[in-house]
Ligand binder design. Structure first.
Ligand SMILES: *Cc1c(COP(=O)(O)O)cnc(C)c1O
Length: 404
């Protein structure tokens, strides 16, 4: 009767305002009124990415399509790129780069760590002839719950005075974690609709800097491209249209989700995610369990991958949570399959929801034989939330407080 409580790191829970905004009749995507709707969506997306120049593309695809678009529009087959691999998503991006014909200089890192800044700095400093055309960084590795320091990657590039483009996978970070494309000199930032943007899957969102747009015009021996071509997009997007049928309902939903994000304030959204994640981590600590992320500097504020104790099968945790407590948790992928379960805490989440998932996880862990005391994790999270509460206890917004 009650739909399963969704705590996987995407798709995430869709707020009512967003779902209602998508419940509308089909519309004419070539109507003279359509650009009045689309052009401000492009502008508002720039605010979420904190861009200082450039533009945002919206493809009817998933995030993987935006990965592909970034590569095909700026690089040529045989180009050398610097990448790192430390989880299922960074792994798939490397695989795509290789299949599209790039020569990948690869840093293979331990799962539970992130982008290796010192190695990047070293490799870039040694690349005197600037053979490396792009540097890739997965901002938030969703498989292991690891966030990486993108400002640090920019520093490594600047220290080496290296002109390579900077590509960032922000699929599970944009709209939830700090993303400062302009300040950090990010050239292509990849995102999708079903994580921080709180929408169904179906949009590949790609933010690109002016530098990347310039490279797109000049790249030698460029890659073939068609569906994901920036040139075709730009010609029609400038007028508020698309080169093929856009996912109008999803973009209507995106409008509503941008309204929610901008009304709360991006910095407040980021702070809320940090607070929710800290509550989850307080519970994990209290249970005596370990995160897959090896050090606090890698902690992700959008997803926690949690190791089950030796002798316990993480798949039993997932099944028990699902069938007994109607709660979907994230599965362990690839190298950590059976060893971790994940709690997604991104998008439309608050203390109540985090309390709910921790309650379900706690019972589940006890049921599958983990030696924990019921109330230990939920209690620690409650302690943290009540001690650090910042909202007024008498009004929802500062304006309401003033009016009262
Ligand atoms: C979800 C995710 C992807 C893949 O996005 P799709 O929308 O499933 O194509 C890529 N990278 C990261 C970090 C992700 O979390």
């Amino acid at each position: 009767m009650i739909t399963p409580h969704l705590f996987i790191p995407g798709p995430t829970t869709i707020p009512d305002a967003v779902r209602i905004a998508m419940n509308l009749p089909m519309e004419d995507m070539r109507s003279p009124e359509f650009p009045k709707f689309t052009l401000p969506v492009f502008e508002d997306l720039k605010k979420v990415f904190k861009m200082k120049d450039g533009r945002v593309f919206i493809f009817p695809s998933s995030g993987t399509g935006a990965w592909e678009s970034a590569i095909e529009n700026t690089l040529a087959p045989g180009d050398k790129v610097l990448m790192s691999r430390f989880g299922q998503f960074s792994l798939l991006w490397v695989d795509m780069a290789e299949r599209l014909g790039l020569k990948v200089e690869l840093c293979d890192e331990e799962w539970g760590t992130g982008v290796p800044l010192e190695k990047y700095a070293d490799i870039l400093a040694k690349d005197k002839n600037h053979e490396i055309k792009a540097v890739f960084a997965t901002h938030n590795e969703t498989a292991t719950g690891v966030s990486s320091d993108i400002a640090g990657v920019r520093k490594a590039l600047d220290a080496a005075k290296h002109p390579a483009l900077l590509f960032v996978d922000g699929v599970s970070s944009v709209g939830s974690l700090e993303m400062r494309m302009g300040e950090w000199g990010v050239d292509c930032c990849v995102s999708g609709s079903q994580k921080g943007f709180m929408l169904p899957t179906g949009l590949g969102i790609l933010a690109v800097s002016q530098k990347a747009l310039d490279v797109n015009k000049t790249v030698n021996g460029r890659m073939n491209r068609c569906f994901f071509s920036w040139e075709d997009m730009i010609k029609t997007n400038d007028l508020g249209y698309f080169p093929y049928t856009p996912a109008t309902q999803l973009i209507r939903g995106l409008r509503a989700s941008l309204d929610l994000i901008l009304a709360e304030g991006i910095d407040n959204v980021v702070a809320r995610h940090h607070r929710m994640a800290s509550g989850v981590r307080a519970a994990v600590d209290a249970w005596g369990l370990k995160l897959c992320a090896k050090e606090p500097k890698w902690h992700s504020d959008t997803v926690s991958a949690i190791f089950v104790p030796e002798g316990i099968d993480a798949n039993a945790v997932l099944k028990t949570a699902y069938y007994r407590y109607n709660t979907s948790l994230g599965t362990g992928l690839n190298k950590v399959a059976g060893k971790v379960f994940r709690i997604g805490h991104l998008g439309a989440v608050d203390e109540f929801m985090i309390g709910g998932v921790l309650f379900a996880v706690e019972m589940t862990l006890k049921d599958v034989g983990v030696n924990i005391k019921l109330g230990s994790g939920t209690g620690a999270a409650a302690e943290y939330f009540s001690k650090t509460a910042t909202k007024s206890a008498t009004s929802a917004t500062p304006a309401q407080a003033k009016a009262a």
